[in-house]
Design a protein around this ligand. Structure first.
Ligand SMILES: Cc1cc2nc3c(=O)[nH]c(=O)nc-3n(C[C@H](O)[C@H](O)[C@H](O)COP(=O)(O)OP(=O)(O)OC[C@H]3O[C@@H](n4cnc5c(N)ncnc54)[C@H](O)[C@@H]3O)c2cc1C
Length: 396
């Protein structure tokens, strides 16, 4: 067994979250090692949609997505063209009057918080997106939301970390972490003052007991149809089924890529751990898309794939010190928002490691919210984690 030099920080996992953490830490002068089993930007980062989106499910979710979106906007001009960042805006589509009321409530909530957005009538929506089905009630346009190509961003962030002095260890699987040590599957050991666990949906495999479950998703990509849609399109309908206890769900979510291709999503499944395409889920996802874009079935799909989100019971990520090992920090559990929130997460991790105050409150994301003491305080003596909220469809 070989033992390395002592790093300030070892980041386990080179998806977008790990790469962003490595870069943020290296930028602050820390001596960083980034360890990735496959290629940089694999895992959910390679499977995700790359919608950079502000969300309003909770104040904490809003704070992290909004902060991250601003970080995306500031880094965007310096990103290479391969990262395909574009500020497309999100159209939250209302199918009927009830959903239009939800759009108006969202509009008021965002406007109070200075998020640039506007309501589109049926006619305005049709003008913006002529391929949408006629007769939809309208939409909320959230203007600053963006689109990126996540694997190339992860690679770029890792390369930036390397230019700041970080060591990239690619092709090495982490076998165990803890007590200032990362043991690789070839038996070699990396020592670090602090270890950041950024293994996405695989995090609980190395740290059993942390409240992260795999949540499978499917995506389809089409051939090139430039201009077929112009914004990220998402249905608001998920609000109606928000109290469904079903673990499988699909929602209309379509993204225009810079190549002219359309990325079509999305699905959510708990308990499906195999990566194979699930035909009934795929069919119902495409049928849902056809309700909103009736011509979509005539487009040529060229690839379908699946990926696993790292889901937590309260739909917020785990960012901060592990509760039992002081050398370990968690940066995982980002579910369907980890591309968006990677940059904000990295800043919070780097703030913790350099004892800096953060731009947003860190408490809502701390792993300590799941300790029995904290659960006693908030839920009485019942220590069962409540996953029912994680089963809700987030619409993205
Ligand atoms: C279908 C789908 C659509 C999505 N759409 C969006 C979206 O539009 N917007 C958005 O913000 N988010 C989206 N997400 C979520 C987003 O993709 C994830 O939250 C994000 O990629 C998580 O990044 P990560 O770095 O934490 O994890 P991952 O990307 O999974 O990275 C973990 C890395 O750790 C590595 N690893 C695992 N085990 C080991 C080990 N033992 N040793 C070494 N390395 C290891 C993996 O190879 C991987 O590279 C989507 C996800 C899915 C599945």
């Amino acid at each position: 067994m070989s033992v390395s030099e002592m790093y300030d920080v070892a980041v386990a996992g080179g998806g977008i979250v790990g790469a962003a953490c490595a870069y943020a830490c290296a930028r602050r002068g820390l001596n960083v090692a980034l360890i990735e089993r496959d290629v940089l930007g694999s895992g959910a980062t390679a499977a995700g949609m790359g919608h950079v989106v502000v969300m309003d499910d909770s104040d904490a979710q809003f704070a992290l997505t909004r902060y991250s979106q601003q970080l995306w906007k500031s880094i965007a001009p310096t990103l290479p063209a391969s990262t395909e960042y574009e500020q497309r805006g999100t159209l939250w589509i209302a199918a009927d009057r009830e959903e239009m009321e939800a759009a108006e409530r969202k509009f008021a909530w965002y406007s109070e918080r200075d998020v640039s957005c506007r309501i589109l009538t049926t006619r305005e929506l049709q003008e913006e997106e002529p391929n949408l089905a006629p007769g939809l009630a309208g939409a909320l346009l959230v203007c600053e939301d963006g689109v990126v190509y996540p694997p190339t961003v992860a690679l770029e962030l890792a390369r930036r970390a390397e230019r700041q002095g970080a060591t990239l260890l690619v092709g090495h699987a982490v076998h165990s972490v803890g007590q200032n040590r990362v043991v690789l599957d070839n038996g070699s050991e990396i020592r670090a003052h602090r270890i950041v666990l950024a293994l996405g949906a695989d995090s609980a495999r190395l740290r059993p007991g942390i409240p992260v479950r795999k949540r499978k998703g499917h995506l389809v990509i089409t051939d090139r149809y430039p201009g077929y849609v112009r914004h990220q399109l998402v249905e608001l309908g998920y609000l109606k089924s928000a109290h469904s206890v079903s673990t499988d769900s699909v929602a209309f979510n379509v993204q225009p890529r810079q190549t002219g291709q359309l990325l079509i999503g999305s699905s959510r499944q708990f308990g499906a751990e195999h990566p194979q395409v699930d035909q009934p889920i795929l069919r119902s996802m495409l049928a849902r898309a056809a309700v909103y874009l009736p011509g979509i079935m005539r487009l040529k799909a060229i690839r379908v794939w699946t990926g696993f989100r790292a889901s937590t019971p309260d739909k917020l990520p785990l960012i901060g010190p592990d509760t039992s090992d002081p050398s370990l920090l968690l940066a995982t559990g980002h579910e369907g928002l980890g591309i968006t929130t990677s940059l904000g997460t990295a800043e919070l991790i780097a703030d913790i490691l350099t004892n800096q105050t953060s731009a947003i409150a860190r408490e809502p994301y701390l792993p300590s919210r799941y300790t029995p003491e904290h659960q006693d305080h908030t839920q009485g003596e019942n220590h069962e984690l409540d996953w029912s909220h994680a089963g809700l469809d987030d619409g993205i």
